[in-house]
Structures are given as C-alpha cells and as structure tokens.
Design a protein around this ligand. Sequence first.
Ligand SMILES: Cc1cc2nc3c(=O)[nH]c(=O)nc-3n(C[C@H](O)[C@H](O)[C@H](O)COP(=O)(O)OP(=O)(O)OC[C@H]3O[C@@H](n4cnc5c(N)ncnc54)[C@H](O)[C@@H]3O)c2cc1C
Ligand code: SF4
Length: 842
Amino acid sequence: MVAHRFVESLLRSEDDVRTVTLIGEEARAPYDRVGLTSYFSGTHATDLELDTGVLADPRVRFIRDDRVTGIDRAARCVRTRSGAQHSYGTLVLATGSYALRPAVDGAELPGCFVYRTLDDVEAIRRFVERRQAQLGRQLRGSVIGGGLLGLEAAGALQGLQVGCTVVQSSDRLMSAQLDLAGGTILRRLIEAKGIEVRTGTRTTRLDPDASGAVAALQFQDGSMHEADIVIFTVGVRPQDSLARLAQLDVHPTGGVLIDSRCRTVDEHILAIGEVANFDGRSVGLVAPGYAMAEVAATRLLGGDATFPGYDDSAKLKLSGVDVASFGDAMAVTPNALDVVYTDPVNGVYKKLVLSDDAKTLLGGILVGDASAYGSLRPLVGAPLGADPAAYLLPEGGADLPDNELPESAVVCSCSNVTAGRIREAVHAEGCTDAAAVKACTKAGATCGSCLFAVKKIVGQELTKLGRATSDALCEHFAMSRRQLFDAVRVSEMSTFSAIIGRFGTGRGCDICKPALASILAVLVGAHVLDGENASLQDTNDHVMANMQKDGTYSVVPRMPGGEVTPAGLIAIGSIAESYGLYTKITGGQRIDMFGARLEQLPQIWQRLVDAGFESGQAYGKALRTVKSCVGSTWCRYGVLDAVGMAVRLELRYRGLRAPHKLKVGVSGCARECAEARSKDVGVIATETGWNMYVGGNGGFSPRHAELLASDLDDEGLIRAIDRFFMYYIRTADRLQRTAGWCVELDGGLEGLRAVIFDDSLGICEDLDAAMAVHVDRYEDEWAATLRDPAKLRRFESFVNATDTPDPSLAYVPERGQVRPATMEERSDPAVLIAGTTLEVRR
Ligand SMILES: Cc1cc2nc3c(=O)[nH]c(=O)nc-3n(C[C@H](O)[C@H](O)[C@H](O)COP(=O)(O)OP(=O)(O)OC[C@H]3O[C@@H](n4cnc5c(N)ncnc54)[C@H](O)[C@@H]3O)c2cc1C
Ligand code: SF4
C-alpha cells in the first residue's frame, strides 16, 4: 500500500521525468489491505485494487510476482527470484510486515491461517467451503489474538457462517488501544454478536484429527477446545530480511532504522511503511506509512519534509461494533484528566483525556458509539472548544460546538490532510462535496473515518461562500436519501450491490447500508435477514432484538392498541419465568422482557409465536406502537372506539420501515389520556369524527403534534395516515423524525394538507398503492425466521450451551425480579449467575 502511495506522490510532479520500477512479490496489482475483510461481505478482489492509473503511467514499470532476493549496495542494484537485476539511483524499501504464527506444536496444520493478504482470505474461504462439505455441519473456528485484526478476522469467520471463539492472552480485547473499562464493554458487544471471548488464556498446542487437519486447541490450563479452522492474529513483524542481508541497521525488535527523512544508514536507500523503524518503533497502521511515503517522495523531488512521528489512532471496522481509540488514550501524560461517560443501558463507554487545565484534548476511547471519532481525532493537541459533555452525550444530549478546526489540525490521519488543505480544496480547487475533496486531497480515501469531519468543513466553507451545501447521503451516494429512494423505486433494483454499482461508488458504509436496507424493506418487502440484506442492518436489526447493557437482549411482542388477553399474559409470564427474564410494561403499552441471551431468542420467539404473538419491532426504524386509551367502550367520557381504531391502525402499519421509528396514539376524547399529541401521528376523537395531528415526539426535544385535519371518518382517517406515512418515508432524510420533516417541508403544514387531501403533487394514487402493497405483503419477521434454518444459524452462539449459565452474566434480586449486578455487587458472593431456570425470589 505504502509503495503505491509513494509512486503516486512522486508522479504528482508532472515535470519530473525520472522512472520508477515497482517490484512486488504478490501476483496482483497493489490493493487496499485495510479493506481486506470486506472480501467476506461480497467485495471482489479486483474492487480492492488501488488506483491502477498509477501503474499505467509511462514513467512507471510494474513487475509483479517476483521477489527481491538481494541488494548489492556497492553496485546499486537488486536481484530478484526470477534472476533479473535492476539498478537504482535510490532504492525505497516498502516490504511491509509478515504475520506471525505462535511457536507451538501444530501451528502449521492444514486449517491454520494467518490474515494478511488476499491470498490468505481466498485460502480461508476455499478451506471453509471444502471442510464444511467434508464434515457436513457448521464449522467452529478460533482466532488467536484479540486485537484489532483478530476481531476483524472473527467478523470474517462469522461472515462465512463459522462459529467463532477469540482467544486473547491479556486481560482484555484490543489491549493496545483500550483501558479495562472500555475492554470490558467491548467484550460484551463482541459476545453479543455470538462470538465467544476467552481472555487471559494462551494456546499451548494444536491437535489434528484423523484427516490431518486441525481439530482442537489446548490452553495453558490443560483444557481443550474444538476448532475446525484457526486464524492467527498474534502480531506482525517487519519484513526486514533484505535489509539484514544487505547489512543495513535494523532495530533489535525488527524494522529498518530510519531518520526523519526516511533514510536508512545508506543514503541511497530509504525505508517506508511497516518495514521502517522510527524512534525505536514499527507501527502496523497505514497512516504513518502514507506519511512516510509523502516524506520520501517530497525529499526525492527536492523538498525538505520530515516524518513527524507516529499517530496510533485506530478505529475498528467490525460491522455493528463501534470502537475507536486516539491520541493518549491511556492517559499517560502527567496530570492528565479523564472525563468518562458510560451508558449501561446501551453498552456505551466514552473517555476523553484532557490536559491538567481540562482545556486541551489529549486523546480518548470510544466504545459502543464512535460517531464522535471523526470530530475528536483532529482536535488532539488543540483546545476542545466546548464542554466535553457535548462530545460524550448521545446525539442531541448537548449541543456540539460549531467551532472551526485550526488550519493545521490533521483531519485525515491516513493521508495526513489538514483542515487547511480541505478548505483550500473548496476555495481554490472548486470542490463542493466530500467526494470531490476526497478525490482531490485523498482525505477519507483509506479508512473513511474522517469523512464526517470533511463533510462538515466543506459545509462550513460553502456557507461562507454563500453556496448551497450538498445533501448527498454519504460519500458513496451523491444523491440525497429522497433521490435514492426514487432511483431505487424507478429502477426496480433489489440488492445493495446492484444499487451501489449503478448509483453509487465504493463499498458502502454504516450510513448508506442501513438507509438502503430500510428503502429496500419498503419497496421490495424483503426479510431483514434475507441474503445480502442481513449485512446491511444496524446492530439491533441484525438479531431482531434490542441489545442491553450486559450484552443480553430484550424481547417485545406486539400488543396492538395495548390489548392483551389473559391467555396471552399467562404465556408471557410463563416464558419470562422459564428464562429468568425481567418484565416491565413499556410506555407504549406492551410488555418488555429483558435478559435473553442470543441463542435463547429463537426458543423464546417460538413460544411467543405459538401463543399467537408477533414481533413488536421494538428494534427497528419502523412502526413501534399505537397507544390508546379505553375510549367509548369503557370510559364514560369517550366519544369513539379508541381501542378499536388503535388496533386497526397497528395491524395496518405493523412492519412498516421508515427513516426513523414511528409512533401513533389514539385518544377517545379531548381529555387525551393516550397522550396522542406526543406521537408522530396523534388521533383524537370528537363528537363529529377523528382529529388527526402530525409531527409530534418526546425525547430530547419534545414537540406537540399539530392539527392536520378535523372530523375525519374512519376511512378518511386511514387514507390520510397512509399518505402521510408513505410521503414521509419517500422524502425524509436518513434518521429524520416526522417532527423535523414537518418543520422543513415546503409550504409547511398547509403544503402537506395540499399533498394529502388535494393531491397537489398528483402522487396520492401512487402513495395509496404503495401502502396497499405493504399491507398485503406483511409477514411477521420472527415467524418467518423460525421457519428458515439459514436465518436461525445467526442465533447459534458458541459462548454457551443453551442450558449452561453464562458466568459473565450476574444478576441480583430486586422487587421480586432480577436486574444486572453493578460492578461492586459482582464481587459480592450473593450475586446470581443467570441460567435458563434462574430462581426468582418472590
Ligand atoms: C485485515 C487487515 C486490516 C487492516 N486494517 C487497518 C486499519 O483499519 N487501519 C490501519 O491503519 N491499518 C490497517 N491494517 C494495516 C495496513 O494494511 C498496513 O499498515 C499497510 O498495509 C502497510 O503498508 P506497507 O506498504 O508498509 O505494507 P504491505 O501493504 O504489506 O505491502 C508490502 C508489500 O511488499 C511485498 N514484499 C515484501 N517483501 C518483498 C520482497 N522481498 N520483494 C518484493 N515484494 C516484497 C509484500 O508482498 C507486500 O505486497 C490492516 C491490515 C490488515 C491485514
Ligand atoms: S381520553 Fe377521553 S375517552 Fe379516553 S380514557 Fe381519557 S377521558 Fe376516557
């Protein structure tokens, strides 16, 4: 990767006529190693190729599939495996690293792999397919090494439907980047994805089966663990053998020694990337390598750039698990202060490390929600400019400052692009969106984690120029969500890969994937776990349940209008008792059961489905509940049947996916006991019909719904809600609630009335038809999952046998039920360990 960047930088000078010979041992064109894991979610090897235009330049000669075997420093030439010799004026070593295997018996058995190259991942895929066919069952895999790469490899095995255990010798995952508290939360998040984690354990031996392939691991305590495939991610070592043979200075721990000009002890030989050792360190991240490539190229072109040292910032790319660590994450700076936010309910841990006067940001750790990474990382070493809470609280919890980054703040650490360079791209080079800035400056071209910050700076600069800002969905789609919805609708495409191939670029991200999953759910009605769709979903949709603070899940069956029969209540009570679940009535008038483990979800849902329940979709950006009062059926003030209408609405809109969650309320008279005006749609009965209110919500910015129409009859009300929902679903931005959408609508409420009741846009027939398709096509997601063995495999966990208590889940009794134990309580022997038949004290 780094050699490619070096050549690319060198070619930027069009006047320079020198030629470059690029020799690579791999049989492929240079590719994006950082994106290697996307190979398991459908990316083709050729999609990972780095800009091939560089190799096509007449000044470049690219030789692949040939290994350099020796350097003759005196004659200034290199010899290769094929017997060729190439002379050089300057030699740049960019040979990267090789992946280590532990020195234990069996580490070379068939079925044992490292995780470094495209050849490695292709071999892993081929082995899994062959071994699965041989054994006729799902494979069990182990990843040895629980760092950044190990967790990526574990995600890759899951992508191949292989059950996975991560074995880590230290006391926590990602121990180089995370403190103990962050590591503990990460472990829960990883386990919640069905990946077993064993920390504080070393592998001492690997045993084969009769066929000679790996079959089991032995740990240092003597225990054995079955494994049909093993991936080692125990670290990398600089590939410095050429330098050693040529008697260049090499650090005792590996890596060719370089100075800040990237020069080795031989002035004609430079070293860049992972093979280089600067200041006693070689670092396995791409950003410092790219910085070295720029320095080396600039020096060759006559400049005087110097390598500033390593930035160890890192962000995990495992889908559904957000982790980032940057700057002085472990707070080793003398007198550094920690500001910590933990959200036990949602499994979030965030730490900012500040200077002793609490003004300058030194570093941080983000687990469970790394959305602030792009804003925070460029601020390392600079004043935070706001209350730390603004960065730590969940979205909307406190206002983020709109202050500008200093010119010198490095926004993209992979390509070393500063805020000043991005501003220059907007003002001097005419870039008007993040994609153009990326093409122009390389900001966001590698790991992409800075794109949010790039987008923000572009927006600020365009505003200064008095120009409209781009409403592109993300860097992969230049269209807004609304335009994309129409494009998918008109083209009738039904897969993410086809859509991004036609309307977008690249491989997608955590913004466009869930947005398209939601659009496809509305337009195609595909199940959330069908084929490619499964890889697009947010964390909760992945398992059709809401993850809780201890990594377990909550289960919410639908209760239309809040109505439930005594038999239904008994079924729920009996299920909750069997699985030791904590039960609570929700604000949306249904029953939430907390504490279910991943592998228990299908069993629990089978019993719920048998008792006549359906998924309540409490996990989705979809219709949640239709809350109602008892209305005229029981209440002496009621003027219309609120429960009957609420049930009818809930059955009509159940399963309807939207840009955000949807809630409805129905009150039987103006006394408003159902609090309908705090919902997206509020329905209130009057003597002359239903009044319909829209755009209400609770949360951080409560807003009362506004009156859209009065005195509607039943059919008129339903037609109006159909159109309101469908119009919103088609035109709102990603994650925009109806409240914000109503405020921003052209023509405001009056315009909305014209669309829905006067068909001012001529789309009512289309909106009605779309809702009719939704109603016809509805199928309970959980019932469909229970019928499909392929979908059920997602819930197989190797953490526990289903009837074995998980020792990491501890509960204490409270008010006749159980709740998760606090950290202090965990050391108390009275704490319970959760099993499937946990006794509940009454
Ligand atoms: C799965 C995975 C995920 C990663 N994710 C991230 C991430 O999120 N963020 C991040 O910063 N970094 C990440 N990295 C690390 C990143 O890929 C490396 O830091 C980067 O590739 C280093 O670039 P390099 O050019 O120094 O080495 P390489 O990319 O390894 O390139 C070295 C090349 O030199 C060739 N070579 C070696 N010896 C010879 C020889 N004698 N003759 C000819 N050719 C030779 C090798 O075959 C190789 O092709 C990840 C790595 C992997 C494997
Ligand atoms: S809103 Fe009216 S009908 Fe409904 S419970 Fe309250 S008083 Fe009764």
